[in-house]
Write a protein that binds this ligand. Sequence first.
Ligand code: AMP
Length: 208
Amino acid sequence: METMWFMDFVKSLFGIKKNNMINLILFGPPGSGKGTQATKLVEQFGLTHISTGDLFRYELGNNTPLGIQARTYMDKGELVPDSVTIAMLENKMNMTPNPKGYILDGFPRTIAQAEALDGILAGRDTQVTHLLALEVDDEEIVRRLLERGKTSGRADDANEEVIRKRIVEYLAKTSPVFAYYEKTGKSQKIEGIGSIDEIFARLSGALS
Ligand code: AMP
């Protein structure tokens, strides 16, 4: 045990991390294609995909107390409180031992979540390595989400007022997370318009 501590100490002196994980924050407004691209990136890079939106929808579908609590915010297009979201994320990470790395989709959505994430990853001797932000303009987002709402079964995709509220939340609370990671040179903008394969090529180029 003591030897392990000593080796970690020596590695930290030389800036060597215990692992070479890629921890990607796939960033961008709702409807920018994060989910679609995450699925392809998982295949290519073998990373563990965590979507907080999907986790909330799972809870909601099972009518758990967490799902019932989250629904009140999701149906209005508002963010679920940080404490609830961070605890759920950490819990999910604890359920995936020894991952090659994470693709975080829809998290962090506030500066408080970003700070919490940094702490959680530091506790695992790793860190956020990339934030790739898909850029799509507001009117294209509204168009895409209304289209998705015809088949997704998501109440928050079917109502234009809720979609616009989600965009407002994104601009006010989430977009500052880009600048937060830009300070350490991790943030990068990626054109989010084009075919799925074109956008995937841009993202994987930025990761390689
Ligand atoms: P998404 O599927 O990522 O568009 O998320 C759907 C909804 O789930 C959001 O509009 C929020 O109400 C909630 N949600 C998902 N992720 C988060 C998060 N990181 N922080 C707060 N709320 C979230």
